[in-house]
Design a protein around this ligand. Sequence first.
Ligand SMILES: Cc1ncc(COP(=O)(O)O)c(C=O)c1O
Length: 433
Amino acid sequence: MLSDSGTTAMTNRQWAALHEGDEAYGSNHGYFILQEQIRQTFGPPFFELGKTPNAFLFHQGRAAEDALFHALGKTGKNLIVPSNGHFDTTRANIEANGIQALDLFSPELKNPDSREIFKGNMDSERLKKLLAASAARIPLIYLTITNNTGGGQPVSMQNILQTAQAARTHKIPLFLDACRFAENAWFIRQHETGYHTQSIERIVHEMFSYADGFTVSFKKDGLVNMGGGLFLKSGGAFLKKFPKLPNQLLDFQILTEGHPTYGGLPGRDLLALAEGLKTVTRNDYLTHRITQVQKLAKKLNQNGIPALYPAGGHAIYLDMNRFFEDTLLTPADFGGIAFTALLLGQFGHRACELGNFAFGSFNPKTKKESFPEINFVRYAIPRLVYEEQDLNAVAEATQALYEYRHRIPGIRVTYGKELSLRHFKARFEFKKN
Ligand SMILES: Cc1ncc(COP(=O)(O)O)c(C=O)c1O
């Protein structure tokens, strides 16, 4: 459960498609099949074969983000990219190119009593204020669907539309970080008025009709183990605002990933992806997948485990602040890290701390730690991998550790607390009680 990214078990149809792959250096046939599938899934304007390149394949999502922000960073100074919640690599890629990455989480996300379904929404009021004060500094607005950093929570169609309207008013392009687009569409179908009788495909088309471009990691709702892309809507606000960028992006892609028709991926993987995109918008697949996550959430909730409820589509986010609130641990004891270590060492389940350690930082000058607004441990559920009894075992292990919480020791960081992206690099030991 460390990640739902690239951990998908591919379907038999995907394995079959893999065998059809051709590894020609240029124009392998899978590229054209994938092109057609992307047009069908997201809408024809996102993959044209016209003179202006507008669809760029990359080996994963962060490579697409790197290409986009590498190019955008050169278009101005003091730029800001607001989002409903930047994923960590997105934020890092934005900041690495001298741009400020700003999270505008919805107020419901921070309210533990809120039973709002669409807690992943952009805070529209804060966005409006930001646009009124600083529109000229904003090259694009980002919406992450579903909002991974924001508890994996979905974003409503109403919020996507409102954000798009605010963007249009200021002639700013709207981008989607679209990794979990199909899961987001399922929540809209399930919970938003007027969508219950619509197909997932149709809902996805409406979501993307409001966007001027998107970056995506296909390791999630592409149902593949590797893959990503950057897609710019033909005739959209992004291409109007930055007409020179597509050529720069193409150069970047050729220099870093290879021929544009494979974009860092084997030809066979392009076919597996085209097949995965057909499965992922099936309502029966999505219902199976998300119900599995929700059943685990229900068990944890019944056992009083503090987490973000209702759960989103791909993961459960345990709230470590509330988990340890009646214990002696302080934020600098990194209870979330201690919890994940014990969950792995004692029970064999691997979770991911996304809180005080991953999103906090240590200032070597002041010797002070600063902590983020939200402090989670995430149970990400790989797609098509587990059975119900596997997840029942996770619920039991969590319960055992919750009962034991007063005896869980704090953590000492033995290496790397001052480093950037420290959660990928650090080493720890338990403090002695
Ligand atoms: C919302 C979001 N954006 C971007 C990425 C980056 O994708 P990748 O891991 O393929 O680089 C991830 C990966 O987990 C993600 O969840």
